[in-house]
Design a protein around this ligand. Sequence first.
Ligand code: NAD
Length: 338
Amino acid sequence: MTKSYSIVALKGDGIGPEVTEATVRVLEATEKKSSFKLNILYGEAGAHCIAEHSTNLPKETIELIKQSNACLKGPMTTPEEAGAPVSVAVTLRRMFGLYANVRPCRSFPNVESLKPNIDLVVVRENTEGLYSGVESLLAPGVGIALRIITREASFKVADFAFKLAMQRRKHLTYIHKGNILRITDGIFKDAVKEAQKNYPEVEVDDLHIDAATMQLIKQPEKYDVMVTTNLFGDILSDEAAQVTGSLGLAAGANIGATYGMFEPVHGSAPKYTGMNRVNPIATIMAGAMMLDWLGEKVAAKKIEDAIIEVLKEGKVRTHDLGGEAKGTEITDAIIAKI
Ligand code: NAD
């Protein structure tokens, strides 16, 4: 029987619609060369919904997501005023228990990178830490935000990272600031050490977050899987993306026990809205990660190979890669390879 997957695509804000549409075109081209079916359903979410729905994540969209196998999420603008709806990504991660945020970063052919042989994955705890959303004003000019760290969430993400390390080069680095945040990062460190007992083959080391940001520039090729708490992982994975060339190439997966949401690492880059100028590869890579997570590994590899071929040829390059090609041109080139 032909396998079929129901995918919710959220186009988002700013450059979101163009990079999401590019990805859907690539997924549909891949589907034609494969034996599975994709049923792509579009949901509304993002800052552009707030005026009409008084929320950035309408109930209908949540229902649609509940009935789907996976979500392809375009970048969205998050208003920063106090009282504005919280980020859609943060809400979905908590609502669907998407506890592991997986951000692969590697050097690509013909893309300027700090070192030619970087191949690492940042695994970031995705549901708590400083992104718990517990923030308040104590008095005018004095605010607090709670950094909630639990043994349960830390163990789950550590276990996920060890499993990933087992499929890769069997090296895991955990990142913390245990010398200052003794209680919260003490819990995180203990949870990693507990998870480690089940993976004796994995070589383990650790770094303080400040040293890790420096090491990522000094010798990024040394790292395989890096696991850390929410805010540290957010910062570290953006840094890792830039170290390997461009935010326009970096994809992320948000994985839970039964659901996955896939998105580019970058945001909605509002100043480039509608210009057909940005690089859609980050979102296309997120689409490939989605197929891989769904079990369609051959199709996922087909997309990755097509992207690498296009980059290797170097004839079609978007602005972030030093060229002048439009987003639709690089998408066409990838589809032609598929
Ligand atoms: P951003 O990632 O949107 O843009 C920063 C810069 O990165 C851009 O100006 C551009 O130079 C470059 N860039 C981003 N995407 C690119 C692409 N595909 N190709 C080439 N270059 C690219 O970050 P920001 O300006 O800090 O945030 C803009 C908005 O996006 C904010 O509202 C923020 O909250 C939101 N955001 C959303 C997500 C998400 O939806 N998961 C993630 C990060 C930021």
